[in-house]
Write a protein that binds this ligand. Structure first.
Ligand SMILES: Nc1ncnc2c1ncn2[C@@H]1O[C@H](COP(=O)(O)OP(=O)(O)O)[C@@H](O)[C@H]1O
Ligand SMILES: [Mg+2]
Length: 272
């Protein structure tokens, strides 16, 4: 279980996370959503101990991250697999050696590495690609390699940072299916950070919306999408009070003058 209590994080003098409190239960798929730049990736980096936070506490399986030394954090990070939007594979290594990298770092024996890489490749459906370079793979296949690598240390948590944002809809669907089946088979807890609401609806049971550095809404995905509270509408771009009008180009200047005088926000899009 992951518990965040009043976590704050600034870069120099710029506050990014001002008050993050939430709990992620074991074996759930939890979504963290919010507009670009709100601090989602920063939050994940705090969770895996890559970024220090200024105050508050993060407790993972009863361990307070702030109490750990650098070496303890490195060891602890074995519990946390992570995948990214850009896959973060090493171009000059083949699939086998991309997957084996964490095990090599932790000095696993050659035979253990071989067995485990083959097993992971089978689980993720890339067993026929082990000796390809990343450049020879599709986006979906690259993300499968990244997932296999993330699972190599047998983590309790899998953290996904916009992991389908670079994929077409079909590859997105197949990666989400894979994540679901891994979660069911291995009972890992999955945290999905995304700006794509369809992804959250597809695989998450609970979600948190981040707004201005804190959690503006936390709850069950089904209920949130059924009730569509303001926080969700804002994310979906369905703000109440938003209207769309069509104007002749000749009226544009007058209209802008009026809207500016009223202090109203507007966006102009062209079209014939
Ligand atoms: N290493 C850093 N140094 C300074 N500012 C950073 C750093 N990393 C992120 N930021 C800033 O923190 C804010 C949140 O970034 P990020 O966590 O990447 O947002 P998100 O993932 O939600 O798009 C942004 O304004 C970003 O510019
Ligand atoms: Mg991000």
């Amino acid at each position: 279980m992951i518990e965040l209590m009043k976590v704050t994080k600034s870069f120099q003098d710029t506050p990014v996370l001002t008050d993050i409190s939430l709990t992620i239960q074991d074996n759930e798929v939890f979504g963290i959503v919010g507009p670009s730049g709100v601090g989602k990736s920063t939050l994940l980096n705090c969770l895996i101990g890559l970024e220090k936070y200024q105050s508050g506490s993060i407790t993972i399986d009863g361990i307070h991250l702030e109490d750990l030394t650098e070496f303890e954090i490195r060891k602890f990070r074995k519990n946390m697999g992570m995948i990214f939007q850009n896959f973060s594979l090493i171009g000059r290594k083949d699939v086998f050696h991309n997957i084996s990298l964490p095990m090599e770092c932790w000095n696993y024996s050659k035979t253990d590495i071989k067995d485990r890489v083959e097993h992971l490749a089978e689980l993720t459906g890339i067993q026929d690609k082990l000796y390809c370079r990343p450049a020879e793979l599709s986006g979906g296949q690259k993300q499968r390699v990244a997932i296999a690598r993330a699972l190599s240390m047998n983590p309790r948590y899998l953290l996904c940072d916009e992991c389908t944002s670079a994929l077409d809809p079909r590859s997105t669907a197949s990666i989400l299916e894979l994540l679901k089946s891994l979660q069911e088979q291995f009972k890992i807890t999955i945290i999905v950070v995304t700006h794509e609401m369809s992804v959250v609806q597809n695989i998450c049971q609970r979600m948190a919306i981040l707004e201005n550095g804190s959690v503006s809404l936390l709850g069950s995905v089904r209920e949130i999408f059924r009730n569509k509270p303001g926080q969700l509408k804002a994310l979906l771009g369905e703000d109440e009070g938003k209207v769309s009008i069509t104007l002749d180009i000749g009226e544009l200047a007058k209209c802008r003058e009026y809207l500016d005088a009223q202090g109203m926000k507007y966006k102009i899009t062209g079209g014939y």
